[in-house]
Design a protein around this ligand. Structure first.
Ligand SMILES: Nc1nc2c(ncn2[C@@H]2O[C@H](COP(=O)(O)OP(=O)(O)OP(=O)(O)O)[C@@H](O)[C@H]2O)c(=O)[nH]1
Ligand SMILES: [Mg+2]
Length: 299
C-alpha cells in the first residue's frame, strides 16, 4: 500500500483549493476569485486500491510586510518540509513575474520531490508555453524528469494523470485515515469556512481580507436513539470597521440574510443532520495585528 503527504503550494488564486476539491470530489476547501482566501493548512484525503493520499492545501504564497501575511507565508512554507511530495501550482493565465520567482527559490531544496501543475488550461488566456519556459530556466531538472502536468482544476482535465503519478511515486505505508474520510476538519471549522466563503463571494473586493468568523455557541441536539438530530450554531462575522459591518449587513439586513441562507443551504448539504445557523455581524478593530487572534485562527 502507498501512503503520502502532499503539499499544494503556489501564488494566491493559482487554483490550489479548486484542485483539492476536484481531487476529493467534495467541497473541502473554500474557493473565491479573491486572492488569499485560504488561511489554514487544509487536509483533503483520497483512498483508492493503491493506497491513500493526504493533500495539504496551503495559503497562497505572497510576500508582504504585514503581520497577517507573514503568518500565512510561514504556514505555506512550513508545509514543505514534512511533505513527501510537493505540488507546485502555476496559474498559466498570468505572467510568472517576481512573486513566482520567489516561490521557485523557496522550492529549490525540494525540487526532487516536486511536480509542477500548469493550471487554468481551460481558459483562453492560458499560456503554458511561458510557464514552461519559466520552469525550464529555474528548475530544468523538473522538466527533465517529466514532472510537469497541464491541468484544469476547474474542469478536472489532466488531474487523473497527476493522481496516477502521485500513487506511482508515493512511499509505501499504511493509511492514516479510515477509507471513507475525505477531510479531517471538525464541524466548527467547516461552518466558519463556509460562512466566510459566502461572505467573501457576496462582498465587495476590499472587504474579504478584513473579515473572519467566530463561533459564539454550538450545540448538538440528539434523538432518543443517540443519533444527531440537529446542529445549532450561533456565529459572528467579524469585520475591522463599523463601515464594513454596514456593508456586510446591507440595506435592511439584506446582505447578511443572503450570506446566512447561502451558508445554511451548503451546510445542510454537507452534514448528514440539520444545521440551524444564527448569524450576526460585529466589529473587532485591527484584529489582523493581534497576535493572540492570529495564533488561534491561523494554524
Ligand atoms: N477557469 C478556471 N478557473 C479556475 C481554475 N482553477 C481555479 N480557478 C478559479 O480561480 C479562482 C481562485 O481559485 P482558488 O482555488 O480559490 O485559488 P487558491 O490558489 O486556493 O487561492 P488562495 O487560497 O487565495 O491562495 C477561483 O475563482 C476559481 O474558480 C481552472 O483550472 N480554470
Ligand atoms: Mg485556496
Amino acid at each position: 500500500m502507498k501512503s503520502a503527504f502532499i503539499s499544494i503550494i503556489g501564488r494566491p488564486s493559482a487554483g490550489k483549493s479548486t484542485l483539492l476539491n476536484n481531487i476529493c470530489g467534495e467541497k473541502v476547501s473554500i474557493v473565491s476569485p479573491v486572492p488569499q482566501t485560504t488561511r489554514n493548512k487544509i487536509r483533503g484525503i483520497i483512498t483508492e486500491d493503491a493506497g491513500q493520499l493526504i493533500f495539504i492545501d496551503t495559503p497562497g504564497y505572497h510576500n508582504s510586510d504585514k503581520k497577517f501575511n507573514h503568518y500565512l507565508k510561514d504556514l505555506a512554507g512550513s508545509s514543505l518540509e514534512d511533505a513527501d511530495i510537493v505540488l507546485y501550482m502555476i496559474d498559466t493565465t498570468r505572467p510568472p513575474g517576481k512573486e513566482e520567482g520567489e516561490i521557485l527559490e523557496l522550492l529549490k531544496p525540494y525540487f526532487s520531490k516536486t511536480l509542477v501543475l500548469m493550471n487554468k488550461t481551460d481558459l483562453h488566456g492560458s499560456n503554458p508555453g511561458t510557464a514552461a519556459e519559466f520552469i525550464k530556466e529555474g528548475a530544468p531538472e523538473i522538466i527533465d524528469s517529466g514532472s510537469v502536468f497541464p491541468v484544469s482544476a476547474e474542469t478536472g482535465k489532466g488531474v487523473r494523470a497527476v493522481i496516477d503519478r502521485l500513487f506511482e511515486i508515493a512511499p509505501e505505508g499504511e493509511p492514516m485515515y479510515p477509507e471513507d474520510y475525505y477531510t479531517d476538519q471538525q464541524p466548527e471549522f467547516r461552518v466558519k469556512e463556509i460562512v466566510r466563503e459566502k461572505a467573501i463571494n457576496l462582498s465587495r473586493q476590499e472587504l474579504p481580507h478584513s473579515i473572519y468568523v467566530e463561533i459564539a455557541d454550538m450545540e448538538m441536539k440528539y434523538k432518543e436513539t443517540g443519533e444527531i438530530k440537529k446542529l445549532w450554531v450561533r456565529a459572528f462575522l467579524v469585520a475591522e470597521r463599523e463601515s464594513q459591518k454596514g456593508i456586510l449587513v446591507g440595506h435592511g439586513g439584506e446582505n447578511i440574510k443572503k450570506i446566512r441562507s447561502e451558508s445554511s443551504k451548503e451546510l445542510n448539504g454537507i452534514f448528514p443532520y440539520h444545521v440551524h445557523l444564527d448569524l450576526r455581524v460585529k466589529v473587532n478593530p485591527k484584529w489582523r495585528r493581534n497576535d493572540d487572534i492570529l495564533k488561534k485562527m491561523l494554524y
